[in-house]
Design a binder for this molecule. Sequence first.
Ligand code: PDD
Length: 287
Amino acid sequence: MPTVFLNGEFLPLEQARVSVMDRGFLFGDGVYEVIPVYDRQPFRQAEHLSRLQHSLDGIRLSNPHSDAEWATLISRIVAQAEWPDLGVYLQITRGTGPRDHAFPQTAQPTVFILPMPLTPPTAAAIEQGVSAITAPDIRWQRCDLKVTALLPNVLLRQQSIDAGCAETLLLRDGLLLEGSASSAFIVLDGVLLAPPKSHLILPGITYDVVLELAAMTGMAYRIRAITEAELRAAEEIWIASSTKEVLAVTRLDGQPVGGGQPGPLFRRMHADYQVFKQRVMRRGEAR
Ligand code: PDD
């Protein structure tokens, strides 16, 4: 049983309990982060903590810990985890109170840290790519906040599972935004295209890594709106997240993407991503 952190205490997962009056349970009134850890070294922790602050600000909840305190808590969870590669899940809710939509006057936030095994994409997923479907984006207007109220994402992701696919790509007003739990990119005319960050997209940490790697390695890229027609005409489609890294989508809504195989830019990016990760792990940097 993994050791988790709950409200100031480290304890075995099976002993961790929260009240049924917790606003996370009643309203989904909370935020979260998932930080990938390779060989017990957190990857881009500072960026994840800064996005956590953005999410907390967005729901008007003050941060219960400084970044230094978070770093200490995370390092203790990582040190005690049974796996060297893991995802560290952080969740903060607005705490317990009478069931009233309005904020409680005096609630203490609930703070939870859970280590989760990180399973890298299979060799088959990397070599052959994955399938995806598209669906209208039914989420709210603040998708830039990483909130625990994930019901639309849950339903959208299940739609792809029911179709035997790995991800659902979300379209709003004729534009590609992202996946139900990943950032999305396409390659068109040999140029990597990334949808611009906005209130309708989660600012992905892996999205930033991908674009930094593109810049570092001289891969042509542009950040601009991507239409549904461009998505359907794309030579390559990629999805990216802290848990999936970068994957090629080789079938979209049952149709092959490009040649139906991961394309040349994906292969380059995937190789560069692995080298970058190895370098980070060797140096013991959190970058
Ligand atoms: N999800 N967009 C959405 C809607 C996401 O849920 C995620 C990640 C991403 C990619 O963000 P990042 O590169 O920072 O992981 C984009 C996480 C992994 C999750 O909910 O479990």
